[in-house]
Design a protein around this ligand. Structure first.
Ligand code: GLA
Length: 376
């Protein structure tokens, strides 16, 4: 008799434990970033044209499950969308926008005015009026085409030097000052009054550069020209910028009267050949290409570094949650580690691990720690 009761009790305990374990196991929806942060901010990823064409089904499933916002990695950049003076190429941009609409995503237009990845015909313009009408044609044509469909525009990208002074790009020199920024924002606001307009840059957490960003915001606001947000690109490392510095940046930008967005988040875990001062894509360091010291985790990410990365992401998202009233979007620059530009910049042919998903689209430790913040 005693034996039977013991067996019965044992079986009941096993059953209850199993049922509880099943209850505790997160459902797929609960485990997604976009679901977990849905009351806080949008969660985005930069996508490439193959991803918009859904060529890889695993990647497609992941993008749809995890993200509610997308940014085009290259398809809307000037050299791609406006490669000839009288010729726009909307093919890939249309596919990008349709992909976002089909999946009910917040769609970002990146980017209207940027000195890099600019079509060579446009780089040759030397006359102010010609450049002015070219900018107007570029912005009007693109923004009006996607009016009401592209929700947010990165209107001007990287207009500043590291010390916060104006970058002497073709736009600045030919137009004779920062008036091209006013022009671009004004045109974009008129072309789609409902769109959210962003000034986007890297190293915004550096004091000097932040001053430059705040100057741009103030100048536009003083002239009653619409600007809605500052995009902090957030190409960061395991240690820099510090959480305190990021926090100061968030509060200063919010105090200037615009939203804060993290637009290109990734964390490099491998060495940089310089004292990381910038993320300008023109720089390249060929002399390090086959230097194994600069490519230490060629085969796999060591557990220790995976955990460091996870902790760094946890700290960053903790801060984002603290300031969720000021932050409207957090976008990763890429979906998985295999897609990241950091495998080829600043040194070509390395193996970096900057995102939440590995090359096989599997979540890394960072993914679980970031999601766990919402369960606390
Ligand atoms: C900058 C640009 C992005 C992208 C990244 C690196 O941050 O804004 O469009 O080119 O560099 O790929």
């Amino acid at each position: 008799m005693l034996k039977k009761t013991t067996i019965f009790l044992l079986l009941t305990t096993v059953c209850i434990t199993l049922c509880n374990a099943q209850k505790k196991a997160p459902s797929t929806e609960e485990q997604s970033l976009k679901e977990n942060f849905k009351d806080d901010f949008l969660i985005g990823a930069a996508v490439n044209s193959n991803q918009c064409k859904e060529l890889n089904s695993e990647e497609s499933i992941l993008i749809k499950k995890e993200f509610n916002s997308i940014t085009p990695e290259n398809d809307l950049k000037w050299s791609n969308i406006h490669p000839r003076k009288d010729g726009f190429n909307f093919n890939l941009a249309d596919k990008y926008v349709s992909f976002g609409e089909k999946n009910n995503m917040h769609i970002v237009g990146h980017t209207l005015i940027w000195h890099s990845q600019l079509a060579s015909w446009a780089k040759r313009i030397q006359q102010k009026d010609t450049l002015k009408s070219t900018i107007a044609n570029h912005i009007n044509t693109i923004v009006k085409r996607y009016k009401g469909r592209i929700n947010t525009w990165d209107v001007v990208n990287e207009a500043l030097n590291e010390d916060g002074s104006p970058r002497e790009s073709i736009f600045y020199t030919v137009m004779g000052g920062e008036n091209y920024i006013d022009l671009a924002f004004d045109l974009a606001a008129k072309a789609d009054p409902e769109a959210t307009l962003v000034y986007n840059d890297y190293n915004v957490c550096n004091t000097q550069k932040l001053k430059g960003v705040l100057r741009i915001v103030k100048n536009l606001k003083n002239k009653d020209i619409k600007i809605d947000a500052v995009g902090i690109q957030a190409h960061w490392s395991l240690t820099e910028p510090s959480i305190e510095t990021i926090e100061k940046t968030i509060t200063s930008i919010a105090a200037s009267g615009v939203q804060v967005m993290f637009t290109e988040l990734d964390i490099t875990v491998i060495p940089s050949p310089w004292d990381l001062e910038g993320a300008a894509v023109e720089q390249n360091y060929e002399q390090y290409e086959n230097d194994s010291k600069m490519n230490p985790y060629k085969k796999r990410l060591p557990k220790k570094i995976d955990q460091k990365l996870a902790k760094r992401y946890e700290d960053i998202f903790n801060l984002f949650l603290k300031h969720k009233d000021k932050i409207s979007r957090v976008t990763f620059w890429g979906v998985n580690d295999g897609q990241s530009w950091l495998n080829n910049w600043p040194i070509k042919g390395r193996t970096n691990y900057p995102l939440l998903f590995d090359t096989k689209n599997k979540p890394k430790s960072a993914y679980y720690l970031v999601n766990a913040l919402k369960k606390k």
